[in-house]
Design a protein around this ligand. Sequence first.
Ligand code: ATP
Ligand code: MG
Length: 356
Amino acid sequence: MVADRRNLVKAVADALRSGDSQDKALVQLLYQLARDAKWEVRQDLADILPLVPDEHFAVLAAQLRQDDNRYVKTATERSMERRRRTELEAERTSRGMAQITSRFESFAKRHGDTAAADAMQLSEEHLEMVGKEIAHDLLNLLTPLKEYVKSLQSVMARNQAGTETTAKIAEGLELLHHSVRDIQMYCEPVPIERHMEKLGELVRTADELARTNVKEDGGNPAAVTLSADVPTDIRLLVSRHAITKAFMNILKNAYEACEAKKGKRQISICIKYAADSIHISFKDTGVGLSEENLRKLKAYLPGRKNMNKKRSTGYGLLIAKRSIEAHGGSMDIQSRLNHGTTVMISLPLATEASEE
Ligand SMILES: Nc1ncnc2c1ncn2[C@@H]1O[C@H](COP(=O)(O)OP(=O)(O)OP(=O)(O)O)[C@@H](O)[C@H]1O
Ligand SMILES: [Mg+2]
């Protein structure tokens, strides 16, 4: 019966997942199922092709791609594309790992084995901590979703409308998507291409984006006064996208902090020159942070979300700090509860000649 053979494909998939891919009988079964008289069975097999070991994948994919049935053909093409993407990703990861290993070896040559071992230990500890926080963060988002799904199932079972619960699921999934995108951005390398950009323009674009973002979240940026004292002649050698995004995240936080407070609502951006760098401060008169919360925030780990906000992911400052440091700059925060916050950035000044 067809159903039996379709179940057989499922069992083959389970066996392949558990690592039995070299088993002779299993390989024979794969070829037999690829010639099955029923297209549904061949299509199921085409769907599980990405699990098949390399040497058999090529043969089976070539065969099923020529199948007379168009569903089998399409499923095979989809599997081939999935396989190609996985291979590309694996290649990229292994190239990245090889680069890290070679940089680590040259670090050990320059500074000695003990320093290299210490550095490795520290970086591993940092990675573990970041990884743990990320996983914890994702789980916190996923747990209520699972509960909503359960309750939706029981509502559906009683044949009643489940619109409220479905809306919560959609909202939760949207935030999850947002968070994962931010995590992705946080882990992505900062673009290395740099151009001389006008600081004034970067600040202006960042402010427009921040205002749009705050409005989208239901806020009113027009209630906050912004004063930006940026000399028009300052140009910096930066990745426009990364620095605009960093300023945007800082400004967005400043607008949100001001909105959450009564009384004077003001953001001031000030510039100061140093010998070979420029200091930019973003000062707001918002709610500020307690000493305890500022200390936690300065650990720069994921998960410091704003509970008052619907769409907080807690990655805004992490992304900003990372981008600024990738430009050879630094970021620091000072804050007083109920008084306001100042985010200070320094970026190196470069000459036109440094632009490639
Ligand atoms: N200017 C500020 N004033 C007061 N608190 C701030 C300020 N900037 C950041 N914070 C605090 O630091 C937390 C982390 O900020 P971050 O930008 O990283 O994430 P978020 O704003 O919560 O989320 P997202 O940026 O994704 O909207 C905020 O939730 C807020 O509590
Ligand atoms: Mg933010």
